[in-house]
Design a protein around this ligand. Structure first.
Ligand SMILES: [Mg+2]
Ligand SMILES: [Zn+2]
Length: 190
């Protein structure tokens, strides 16, 4: 019998790639120089790497779900070329005030809600108590905290601004400069 694996839930924008407002063209998708190395380190340590991202641009009609999938293919190709991989991908296309009606719901997957993490844990067989979430927004960490997942805030993307305005109900396990620092931190901690 396989025991459940620990995972790293990885935010996309501002964490794995540069924050670009609503990323709506592949030409605007820019990796941080250390991102491939950071993911490969986690792969080699036996952690499942699961990308979880709010994509309200879909709800707002800025781009379609097709584009979210295209961006994901681009990300995975780039990672694979560097010997790194993502084990699961979840995104939330919803928003309570969506201009596109079919996405206008108060869902349970939009971070800070923990729905994407919960679904990944059940579909991929993950051990949440030994898992981590890495993100540049407090809401990334809140999604994990609700399930007992330790959170690491990175100071890229919105991270510096977020770090300057702590939230009373969010306790990060660590605040670090960027994704490679977060990966190193996790390897020491797990
Ligand atoms: Mg982000
Ligand atoms: Zn959702």
């Amino acid at each position: 019998m396989h025991s459940a694996r620990p995972a790293v839930f990885l935010d996309r924008d501002g964490t794995l790639i540069e924050e670009a407002g609503y990323l709506d063209r592949i030409e605007r998708l820019v990796f941080f120089p250390y991102s491939v190395d950071a993911v490969r380190l986690l792969n080699r340590a036996g952690l499942a790497v699961v990308m979880v991202t709010n994509q309200a641009g879909v709800a707002r009609g800025i781009f379609q779900e097709d584009f979210v999938a295209e961006a994901y293919r681009h990300v995975t190709a780039r990672l694979e070329a560097g010997g790194a991989r993502i084990d699961g991908f979840y995104y939330c296309p919803h928003h309570p005030e969506a201009s596109v009606e079919r996405y206008r719901i108060a869902c349970d997957c939009r971070k800070p809600q923990p729905g994407m993490l919960r679904r990944a844990a059940s579909e991929l067989g993950l051990d949440l108590a030994r898992s981590f979430v890495i993100g540049d927004r407090w809401h990334d960490l809140q999604a994990g905290q609700a399930l007992g997942v330790r959170g690491i805030l990175v100071r890229t993307g919105y991270g510096q601004t977020e770090d300057a305005s702590p939230k009373r109900d969010v306790t990060p396990a660590a605040v670090v400069d960027n994704l490679i620092a977060a990966s190193s931190w996790i390897l020491r901690a797990s």
